[in-house]
Design a protein around this ligand. Structure first.
Ligand code: ZN
Ligand code: ZN
Length: 315
């Protein structure tokens, strides 16, 4: 089959990649549409030491199991169900997990791939592929609400106007909060203003250590340092960027201001699908290109351009 593979040095299209072999509890899925995110771009720079088929954001058709023939999205963490963390109700932290297209398991940028049936969430008919493919990053945005208690109508600073920052701002707004986004791209900030979400260029932002909650989605090593300037004493920084690099970073303000830093990763896929089905978040304007699977390596390059938002691959 055709697959987009990272071999440790480069991203390439493999036209004779072996068919996926489903493990116990897995079902085969035919990929319909896949999305590319910052994590994929970090992987091809060596993050996680991953080798194999890329891609973890998808909507596909189940080729077996209880959802056979139906469109599905899926959680990316494939877990053992037996370790202490699984038994403690923290399966996304399973000690023995593989992660679709990120760690130990081939991803969705291929004609077919395998995922545990337990990870799958069916997509309602009214939700198009182009919307459903946002379920995984949307779930990551929803996760913030499981980790932070917000006050009603509270203002929240979102750092970053890229793929994830856009979704986080939309989710916070759908929850009745007042997100304000700080970003670098005038075009991306404008997309937020069209939704009446205040959005300011980073050079105009005047951080005054006054926000109770700051969500850091910059995808940049400087994101945490910037968040420390916005957050108020005893406030909360939600860190979403896996590139967070503390080398040379002065962490003293976290101590002095008694700031809580919350790492935040994958979230509830079923809630994400429900939010998409209810039309609470508008995602279509975030699509900046759709490539065929045969051009998946070009799609990754396109996603790495500064002006890009969500680049999709039709499989
Ligand atoms: Zn992702
Ligand atoms: Zn486990």
């Amino acid at each position: 089959m055709i697959a987009c593979v990272f071999d440790g040095r480069e991203v390439r299209l493999d036209r004779s990649y072996p068919e996926p072999v489903p493990g116990e509890g897995d079902v085969l899925i035919r990929t319909r549409l896949a999305g590319i995110c910052r994590t994929d771009l970090e992987i091809v720079k060596g993050y996680m030491g991953f080798r194999g088929v890329l891609g973890h954001e998808f909507v596909g058709t189940a080729l077996g199991g209880r959802y056979e023939g139906k469109r599905v999205v899926g959680g990316i963490n494939c877990v053992c169900g037996r370790c202490d963390l699984c038994r403690a109700g923290l399966p996304t932290h399973c000690r023995d997990r593989t992660t679709l297209g990120i760690a130990g398991r081939d991803g969705a940028l291929a004609e077919r791939f395998a995922l545990p049936e337990a990870n799958l969430v069916p997509v309602p008919d009214g939700v198009s592929d182009e919307r459903a493919v946002f379920a995984e990053p949307l779930a990551a945005a929803i996760q913030i609400g499981r980790q932070v208690q917000f006050a009603r109508g509270e203002e929240v600073i979102v750092l970053g106007d890229g793929r994830l920052g856009q979704l986080v701002a939309r989710v916070l707004r759908a929850w009745g909060l007042r997100p304000e986004v700080v970003g670098k791209s005038e075009a991306k900030l404008e997309l937020l203003r069209r939704l009446d979400i205040p959005a300011v260029p980073v050079e105009d932002a005047r951080p005054s250590a006054s926000a109770r909650v700051v969500v850091e989605c910059t995808g940049s090593p400087d994101g945490l340092a910037m968040a420390m300037k916005f957050v108020c004493p005893r406030g909360i920084i939600v860190l979403k960027s896996t590139v967070a690099d503390t080398a040379g970073l002065d962490l003293a303000p976290i101590v002095v201001n008694e700031v809580t830093v919350v790492g935040s990763r994958c979230g509830p896929m079923d809630e994400a699908v429900a939010m998409l089905a209810r039309g609470e978040v508008e995602v279509e304007p975030l699509v900046s290109g759709i490539f065929p699977l045969a051009e998946a390596p070009q799609a990754l390059r396109a996603a790495d351009r500064p002006e890009a938002l969500k680049v999709l691959v039709r499989c």
